[in-house]
Design a binder for this molecule. Structure first.
Ligand SMILES: Cc1ncc(COP(=O)(O)O)c(C=O)c1O
Length: 396
């Protein structure tokens, strides 16, 4: 099979984007740092890892990482080796964990770049030992136990073998066992029985690792929701993603924790067309909405290729000045139509706020998640590569 790397082709470059004056995502790095400070203070003694995978949840990998470091964050977390190495190439030298890689990926560059790597099998551990040999330095390893998510991580049945293999590699000087970790399935559902059960399994795994002679300095289990509302899951470090970007992991979780978060991303666009339509006129593909009285419609130059969910068709709203305007008809690939009302004075070039902090009455990513039957994570991470990110605060 031939695999073509599209990133090498200038024609497919993410720089083929929208003019920032036409539409952009403004990223408020001061709000990001403030959220991190709030979360650090909330978790007290536990250390905080800020998760910047998936292009910093759509907010930009390197700018988010730099802002987190500026906020005093010692640990960053990413999924892929490429994300980790991109951070290293950007000059990041702090502690960094990568946890998701394929069977053919060369782990040597990660070990050579002093990136901590997760291992969830003796096979992965062997590859890290080999990488350590090539890089001529011990691999920094976090062993992952599956405590009940049934996603990544080794199940308890294989844990003793993984610990024994890790102890052997440790004795041989090939690895350092920096961490033991796992991930929660339902910390955003207070009282969900899986949370207590996963914590119990985690304790059992830690005890077994101790018996095998492993003394990791970091035990970590909690995501944002765990950090916010499950103190017994904090251990030595919490891994926060969505909350750092100012979005509640689920409605009511931040409030339950008594924590106030500020959404970091605001997506803005100009109206690129404004026109009157008549009663009986259908709007957008399929005419799923037909005007039942004369009105004024405005065209927003963002579509599902830019991360505006097609599920938002006929459902979501945007902020226009101090009011809301509903989406009419289907969201298209590059554009959607909003109803400005019959007496609208809005002009081509006027601003609409797709979502933002909500402080000026505009919808938030949480509102969009609700309208589209999804989660705030998906709303911000989907914002596409054509949408320029505009950093405010000057740190990036
Ligand atoms: C392993 C792991 N840890 C932590 C996080 C951060 O989760 P959240 O964004 O809910 O804080 C994620 C994100 O999905 C993850 O995959």
């Amino acid at each position: 099979m031939t695999v073509t790397d599209r990133s090498a082709d200038p024609a497919s470059s993410p720089l083929a984007g929208i003019d920032p004056r036409t539409a952009h995502a403004a990223i408020d790095l001061a709000a990001f740092r403030r959220n991190i400070a709030v979360l650090r203070s909330h978790v007290g003694d536990a250390d905080v890892m800020v998760v910047v995978k998936a292009d910093g949840y759509g907010h930009g990998l390197v700018p988010s990482a730099r802002a987190a470091r500026a906020a005093g964050v010692g640990w960053l977390g990413v999924a892929t080796p490429t994300e980790a190495l991109t951070l290293r190439q950007s000059g990041d030298e702090g502690r960094l964990l990568a946890w998701l890689y394929g069977v053919d990926e060369d782990l040597t560059p990660l070990v050579a770049a002093d990136v901590d790597v997760s291992a969830q099998s003796t096979e992965q551990l062997s590859r890290l030992v080999a990488a350590a040999g090539t890089a001529e330095r011990p691999a920094r390893v976090h062993l992952k136990i599956d405590t009940g998510l049934s996603r990544n991580g080794i199940r308890m049945e294989g844990w003793d073998d993984l610990c024994a293999a890790a102890a052997e590699a440790l004795d041989a000087g090939a690895i350092q066992v920096v961490g033991i970790w796992s991930h929660l399935a339902a910390a955003d559902e207070p009282g969900h029985p899986s949370v207590a059960s996963q914590i119990q399994v985690f304790h059992t795994a830690l005890a077994a690792a101790h018996r095998a002679g492993l003394r990791p300095s970091l035990r970590h289990l909690a995501n944002s929701a765990g950090a916010l509302v499950v103190p017994e899951a904090h251990f030595d470090l919490v891994r926060v993603g969505i909350a750092a970007y100012g979005i509640d992991p689920a409605p009511g979780i931040a409030a339950l924790a008594g924590v106030e978060l500020t959404p970091v991303m605001t997506v803005r666009a100009q109206l690129v067309n404004v026109k009157a339509i008549q009663s009986g006129d259908g709007v957008s593909y399929g005419h799923t909405w037909v005007a039942d009285c004369p009105t004024t419609v405005g065209l927003v130059p963002l579509g599902y290729a830019d991360g505006i969910p097609r599920h938002a068709s006929d459902t979501a709203q945007v902020g226009v000045g101090s009011r809301r305007a509903p989406i009419r008809g289907r969201v298209c690939m590059d554009q959607f139509v909003v109803d400005l009302g019959v007496d609208a004075a809005d002009l081509v070039g006027d601003e609409v706020v797709v979502f933002g902090s909500g402080s000026r009455g505009e919808p938030t990513a949480a509102d969009w998640a609700d309208w589209c039957d999804t989660i705030g994570y998906e709303i911000v991470t989907r914002v596409g590569v054509r949408v320029p990110r505009h950093y405010i605060d000057g740190v990036a």
